[in-house]
Design a protein around this ligand. Structure first.
Ligand code: UD1
Length: 419
């Protein structure tokens, strides 16, 4: 298993190219299963999770060609299977996104309950309820989600109990092949949901309102060959913005879009970081002293849970205290004991963490536990005194394209230890 060795204390300077959004790419790859016609996806990030999802759709019989790691030509014209078994799905929770497309297209599907990051219980009940609203008979048998809709799905009003990103995507994809009109109420508003809608529209779907609480889908789509470019990754951009801030450097985040990151930019500016749009993306400058700012994670457009761990690392370096409340996932503080190993002063109380900033961090050996937790350790290591070794780097490789290479190009002292 690879490890990262980081020597802290360098201010990052330069440009970082922000990759395509992992969380928009995963549903787009699943959406390819809806159509008999080919789909080309561009601007995919070259990260392990994308490889896993391509593995899942290949196992179902889709032909996927990748002449370049950022482009996939997918032909799901002749799928062989509607069963996605445990060994293909276990690696990643987002594999459950193949359920809706398979069921909608074939009238049946069996998908193993997913694995993925160990952040809370992460049930799939909302996905199941949404598909049941569209007329599926659906239940769990022996660790599998088993779904049937022999006569096809029927358009319906789907009310989500909470605005789950994945359940919104499942419902939207399935509804494109249902008979008649569907409406999703209390839909997730994340930019990745809107991007999936753009992809589906390119494929022939008729969808309105994606990016708002109410999405309208006309079913019976006549699918056609399509090409779609994935939006930039706002979480990767936010992570590098924090890297600039925590090291007191300046980074240009090529392709990053301010409009996708308004709440993050607002919070970072409140800490004293400067952010402005440049010719090619966003420019982020730290260095003027950091102030403690309280945050609460929320569904979009609120502060994203996927940047909570990184922001916590930043707050260890701020003047004063910061209260960080996690409301999206119930067990997303696995980075806290590891940040404490580096010397951070953090008190955990239920779903809140009180960070008392201003202390010096000292390098140590730490363990990556999930994707965003691990990158928070990288950020902390960039300012820690001495050397930090981060174990289990495969978590980082799931969602960050060439993190060590990108950081090195901006002046960080980062080395990947193979093996
Ligand atoms: C997506 C993102 C993930 C991000 C999360 C929240 C992808 C591939 N992943 O995950 O990086 O952290 O959005 O922004 O896009 N829930 C249920 N029942 C369900 C589904 C979800 O109770 O059927 C709960 C979850 O346990 C969680 C909350 O709803 O507490 C939000 O989850 P959801 O928005 O579904 O996240 P994901 O789509 O899994």
């Amino acid at each position: 298993m690879d490890r990262l060795r980081i020597a802290g204390g360098r201010a990052l300077r330069g440009a970082v190219t922000i990759a395509g959004a992992k969380n928009a790419s995963l549903p787009a790859l699943a959406a390819a299963l809806l159509s008999e016609a080919p789909l080309t996806l561009r601007n995919l990030p070259a990260v392990a999770d994308i490889g896993s999802m391509i593995g899942v759709i290949r196992a179902l019989g889709a032909h996927v060609e990748q002449s370049d790691p950022h482009v996939a030509h997918i032909d799901a014209g002749t799928l062989l299977s509607q069963d996605a078994p445990y060994d293909t799905v276990r690696r990643m929770r987002a594999s459950v996104l193949v359920l809706g497309p398979l069921l909608a297209r074939f009238g049946r599907a069996r998908v193993s309950l997913p694995g993925g990051c160990a952040i809370g219980a992460r049930p799939v009940d909302l996905h199941i309820k949404a598909l049941a609203s569209l007329g599926a008979e659906i239940g769990i048998e022996g660790g599998l989600i088993v779904a049937n809709a022999a006569g096809g799905l029927k358009g319906a009003r789907i009310v989500l109990g909470s605005p789950s990103v994945g359940a919104t995507e499942t419902a939207m994809m399935a509804a494109t092949r249902a008979r008649g009109e569907s409406e999703i109420i209390n839909a997730a508003r994340e930019p990745e949901v809107a991007d999936l809608a753009e992809c589906l529209i390119a494929m022939g779907a008729r969808i309105e309102g994606a990016g708002t609480h109410r999405i309208l889908i006309q079913g019976d789509t006549a699918f056609r060959a399509a090409s779609h470019a994935i939006i930039p990754d706002r979480i990767e951009a936010g992570t590098y913005a924090i890297a600039a801030a925590i090291t007191g450097g300046q980074l240009e985040l090529t392709h990053a879009r301010l409009e996708q990151m308004a709440s993050v930019a607002e919070v970072l500016e409140a800490t004293g970081v400067r952010i402005w749009p440049g010719d090619r993306g966003l420019i982020v400058e730290g260095g003027g002293g950091l102030r403690g700012v309280d945050i609460t994670t929320e569904p979009y457009p609120g502060f994203p849970t996927d940047l909570q761990a990184q922001f916590m690392a930043l707050m260890t370096q701020a003047e004063g205290a910061a209260m960080i409340r996690e409301t999206v996932f119930e067990n997303r503080f696995m980075h806290v004991p590891e940040l404490q190993r580096l010397g951070a002063n953090i008190a955990l109380q239920g779903t809140s963490a009180l960070v008392r900033g201003g202390g010096r961090l000292k390098g140590a050996e730490v363990m990556a536990t999930d994707l965003r937790a691990s990158v928070s350790l990288v950020l902390a290591a960039l300012v820690a005194e001495g050397e930090t070794v981060i174990n289990r780097v495969y978590h980082l490789d799931r969602g960050y394209e060439q993190l060590d290479v990108k950081l090195r190009r901006c002046g960080a002292e980062v080395e990947r230890l193979r093996g």
